[in-house]
Design a protein around this ligand. Structure first.
Ligand SMILES: [Zn+2]
Length: 353
């Protein structure tokens, strides 16, 4: 299967936000977050923009807000995942040119065609918006909390567990008819995974090199689901299922890469597939996998792991190691020991967000 190149033109540099004044047609809509706008207000003052501060991702509520929105000619998304997703939603519904400015490397929202909305509280990826350009400003990214930037590696390192799951399904004749094993897709994802593994120290320090490495991996990963014909097999596996169940059981809001990272370590332990290497890589990038750092307990993590097969079945998710080897208390103990040891030298978790 061929893999289309990502259509998201991505520009790296400095001082990129003020340049939008010379680009955007007016009236211009800026979609951003309340805590971010004060930082960029002066840069975009020349546009006299209409500003939408995101307060919901619910589709129905967004439709109501859209109906009240005046006519605009350009949409600028400025923020992390949520602002970029709502910017996509408006650009899609109003058929407008879109410019995206990610302010952190936490997730790949700038590079996905669909917007991660909520329908009755459940995540639904809807719509279609490919921006004119994604502007990755080194200084803007560096001004985000380091923990947010570093957690972005989770959505690339997860290819490690995803690939083993898909290989396992293939070996056991359990691949879904829609998604037969595809070595080309796996090799393409592996290339991005290796690039990020080679840049962990730079990503930890949020250097220009680290920002380029992780954001280019995100560019590929964000578009990969669509580009493979809505096939998630090469980019997502059991590690995300652990996160989904943890979210389902606790109702907490997470920094994506933390619970996914914990899922990578637990999943690769189940798979007996280099768990030490993956844990070492996540620690090296500076991702805190301790449950307390995510606002949950080891009890929550244990429950999410022990009930994983039932959750996967009820959610209709695809075949992974969890269908072959049931997570048990021995796995939870092994995970806890490994995490305790790996983070022994770290200060106590900064606590609950
Ligand atoms: Zn993810």
């Amino acid at each position: 299967m061929s893999v289309p190149s990502a259509p998201f033109p991505t520009v790296f540099g400095r001082g990129l936000v003020p340049e939008l004044v010379a680009i955007a047609n007016r009236p211009t809509l800026v979609v951003t977050m309340a805590d971010l706008w004060s930082r960029f207000e002066r840069d975009l003052a020349g546009l006299e923009p209409i500003v939408h501060l995101v307060d919901t991702l619910e589709r129905d509520e967004l439709e109501r807000q859209l109906a009240d929105l005046p006519t605009v000619a350009t949409v600028i998304g400025l923020g992390g995942g949520q602002a970029l997703d709502v910017a996509k939603f408006v650009a899609w519904r109003r058929r407008l040119p879109l410019f995206q400015v990610p302010t952190a490397m936490t997730v790949n929202a700038a590079f996905g065609q669909r917007a991660g909305l909520r329908v009755d509280g459940v995540v639904r990826y809807q719509g279609w918006a490919v921006p004119e350009a994604v502007y990755v400003d080194y200084e803007v990214i560096r001004s985000a909390p380091a923990a947010l930037n570093r957690a972005g590696v989770g959505d690339i390192l997860c290819y490690h567990t995803a690939h083993r799951d898909w290989q396992l399904a293939d070996e056991l004749g359990r691949t879904e008819p829609r998604w037969p094993y595809d070595a080309e897709l796996v090799a393409a994802a592996r290339e991005r995974l290796d690039a990020v593994l080679a840049a962990l120290d730079e990503i930890h320090d949020v250097t220009d090199v680290g920002i380029r490495a992780l954001m280019l991996a995100h560019r590929w990963g964000g578009a990969a689901f669509h580009d493979a014909g809505w096939n998630p097999r090469h980019i997502e596996g059991v590690e995300h299922f652990v996160f989904y169940n943890l979210e389902h059981r606790t109702g907490r809001h997470f920094i994506h890469g933390q619970p996914v990272g914990l899922g990578i370590v637990a999943g690769s332990m189940l798979q007996e597939h280099e768990p030490e290497r993956m844990l070492g890589s996540l620690v090296r990038a500076g991702v805190d996998l301790r449950p307390e750092a995510m606002g949950v307990t080891w009890g929550d993590v244990a429950e999410a792991l022990l009930s994983l097969p039932e959750f996967v079945a009820s959610a209709g998710l695809w075949f992974t190691i969890a269908d072959v080897r049931r997570p048990d208390t021995a796995l939870v103990e092994r995970l806890r020991d490994a995490i305790d040891e790996a983070y022994a030298g770290w200060p106590p978790p900064e606590g609950v967000r």
